[in-house]
Design a protein around this ligand. Structure first.
Ligand SMILES: Nc1ncnc2c1ncn2[C@@H]1O[C@H](COP(=O)(O)OP(=O)(O)OP(=O)(O)O)[C@@H](O)[C@H]1O
Length: 609
């Protein structure tokens, strides 16, 4: 929830999301081009089909010209050839239809396949990135990469590419036909090109601005809604609905006005082009009409010319309209590439040394480790800690002392800067990560549950783990009665992150998960925080069962969770300042004893209450 509040404040300070990135066309085309390779044949067919479709459409006015000049105007009563012309006209219309359909389908298929591949690559790559990357990158921007950015790339293939190809070729072909029919009139039309370019360029920058404004205001609106949804409990608890509605209204109106401005600009642009087209037709009717009257030009040629002029403006319009899409696709492609190029900080060794999982004993050695999230401010400076197989270690300490960081290092979410961490004498950097995570199991304060059935959540979608094993694990940790009370028992589908369950119930399921996966080293990071004493008692019992035969590290603020540990460590500013059993530490009269006295006071207060 603090994230949501911080974002609201940031948003207010900066007035919305950051500046639009500049498109880098060359690198974007190189990136997108690299995906085209496997679909080369499809794209070749797209070009062929497009050329046939364009030819079919452009020959139609020419056919009418032939009918007018060679038949009607020539005064022939040759119904047979007129019928042939009509049949060919119909054939061309049909071929235009069929080949346009084929072009669209082929391009859609290739485009969608490329985008599906990019999306898959992105998702798989993001899942492999190190925790340091997620510390720096807001999840919102990753969601944008996987959803909107890939969609922008999709539009590149299905809209921009198609327009550039079809309308680009159409434009050139129309000019060719015009010159073929009458070079003088063709030359006049060519003179129009600079005028068209001036209009397009002057509108382009304005259209880009309005387009970008609308997009950035939309993402601001969407981000605001997303934050509100994730922070709904806080909003309701603090009665912030009215204040939030006001802020939403402001963003909504800003998006509305940006949209209206964008539409107005587009309409203005289209109408200006239409006006220019009509003026050109009027000009051609005047100049060409004079020639027809002077019998230097055939009537059919004038007819075909007018039709071509009408067709001439449509592709220019379409290409200009695609400019914005091209820009956002370019930015998106570069952004996606940026993520795909991000290297993992924690990697598997070139030659990993796998161990036999069954023979792992669970001995852990932190050998003079030095680590800091920023390398110039270490949390641990040469920390030494050695844990025997099967030992249960309790870790307490002040906030920010480095308790969670210590276990993050053991899970290899980050690598130490100096020293080493060994499991049974093997450096964890030498183990394949997949194996390390089978050896070390972590239960956090907020257990993560996926949308899926209870069974799948416990066995993490691993079908090789039988239903019976899951049920047995749940029985062991005391989760079975809770599951059986649910409407569909073990097949009950959990909603978003298990929101239908209490924190304790979710935690019980994550204990069962640990039993099923049988890691040799078990870590509990504040796993019993935020639970009432009754649920905590239930989890204590579950922990007792789960920790049997395992090296267990328990980080806890509540001393009741770790009182019976074989050894308790007190961490302060990244150093172990006290170490011993519960009675030993009490006798010592240090930080632990102070903590214990404090917790006893709380306990008595709770009982009195
Ligand atoms: N991902 C991170 N990026 C940068 N700094 C971090 C990160 N996680 C923790 N820190 C910092 O490292 C220090 C140790 O944090 P850590 O979470 O390990 O403490 P802790 O003892 O578990 O605290 P708590 O009991 O409050 O959970 C703190 O100063 C914290 O601000």
């Amino acid at each position: 929830m603090p994230t949501a509040i911080n974002n609201w404040q940031m948003d207010r300070k900066t007035g919305g999301p950051g500046k639009q990135e500049k498109p880098e066309y060359r690198s974007a085309f190189r990136i997108l081009g690299s995906y085209v390779g496997p679909h080369r044949a499809t794209f070749a067919w797209v070009v062929v089909c497009t050329l046939i479709a364009i030819s079919s459409e452009l020959f139609q006015p020419y056919l009418v010209k032939v009918a007018i000049d060679d038949n009607l105007m020539a005064g022939k009563s040759d119904y047979g050839s007129l019928l042939v012309i009509c049949a060919v006209y119909l054939g061309l219309s049909l071929s235009g239809l069929v080949f346009t359909y084929l072009t669209n389908n082929l391009l859609q298929f290739a485009g969608q396949s490329i985008v599906a591949r990019i999306r898959k690559q992105l998702f798989e790559h993001i899942a492999k990135l190190s925790m340091a990357y997620f510390d720096k990158t807001p999840s919102g921007s990753l969601i944008t990469h996987v959803s909107s950015d890939t969609e922008a790339v999709n539009q590149f293939f299905n809209q921009v590419l198609l327009t550039l190809l079809r309308d680009g070729v159409t434009l050139i072909a129309i000019l060719g036909m015009m010159f073929y029919l009458d070079s003088t009139l063709g030359l006049y039309c060519l003179l129009l090109l600079p005028l068209i370019a001036i209009i397009a360029i002057s509108f382009r920058s304005y259209m880009r601005k309005t387009y970008q404004m609308a997009r950035s205001r939309l993402s601001r609106l969407v981000a605001f809604v997303a934050e509100n949804l994730s922070g709904m409990s806080l909003i309701q608890a603090f009665q912030q609905q009215k204040a939030q509605a006001e802020q939403f209204k402001e963003r909504n109106e800003a998006y509305f006005s940006a949209n209206v401005r964008e539409i107005r600009t587009n309409v203005m642009f289209n109408r200006t082009f239409e006006l220019l087209g009509n003026l050109t037709i009027a000009f051609v009717v005047w100049v060409g009409g004079k020639s027809v009257l002077g019998t230097t030009l055939e009537f059919g040629v004038l007819y075909a010319f007018i039709t071509y002029i009408r067709q001439f403006f449509q592709p220019i319009n379409a290409i200009t309209q695609q400019w914005n899409t091209l820009q956002s696709a370019t930015v998106a492609a570069n952004r996606i590439w940026g993520v795909l190029q991000t290297e993992q900080e924690v990697t598997d060794p070139a030659e990993p040394h796998p161990v036999d999982l069954e023979s792992v004993q669970g001995r852990i050695d932190f050998n003079r480790i030095t680590f800091g999230y920023a390398s110039d401010s270490p949390i641990f400076r040469g920390l030494d800690l050695h844990i025997r197989p099967g030992e249960m270690i309790g870790v307490v300490g002040t906030t920010g002392a480095g308790k969670s960081s210590l276990v993050s290092l053991l899970c290899r979410f980050y690598d130490v800067q100096e020293g080493s961490i060994l499991i049974d004498g093997s450096d964890i950097r030498e183990l394949p990560q997949a194996q390390l995570h089978r050896i070390v199991g972590l239960i956090q304060q907020e257990p993560y549950l996926f949308a899926g059935s209870i069974i799948d959540n416990v066995r993490l979608f691993d079908e090789s783990i039988s239903r019976e094993e899951v049920v047995r694990a749940c029985e062991f940790v005391g989760a079975d009665p809770l599951v059986r009370r649910m409407a569909e028992g073990y097949d009950t589908r959990l909603s978003d992150r298990g929101s239908g369950l209490s924190a304790g119930e979710r935690q019980l399921l994550s204990f069962a998960r640990i039993l099923v996966f049988r890691p040799k080293v078990l870590i509990l990071d504040e796993a019993t925080a935020n639970l009432d004493s009754k649920t905590e008692q239930l989890l204590q019992e579950a922990l007792h069962i789960v920790s049997q035969g395992r090296t267990t590290i328990v980080i806890a603020h509540r001393l009741s969770t770790i009182m019976h540990a074989d050894r308790i460590l007190v961490l302060r500013h990244g150093e172990i300042v006290e170490s011993g059993t519960h009675p030993e530490l009490l006798e010592r009269g240090g930080y632990y004893e102070e903590l214990y006295r404090h917790s006893q006071g709380e306990h008595q207060a709770e009982n009195c209450g």
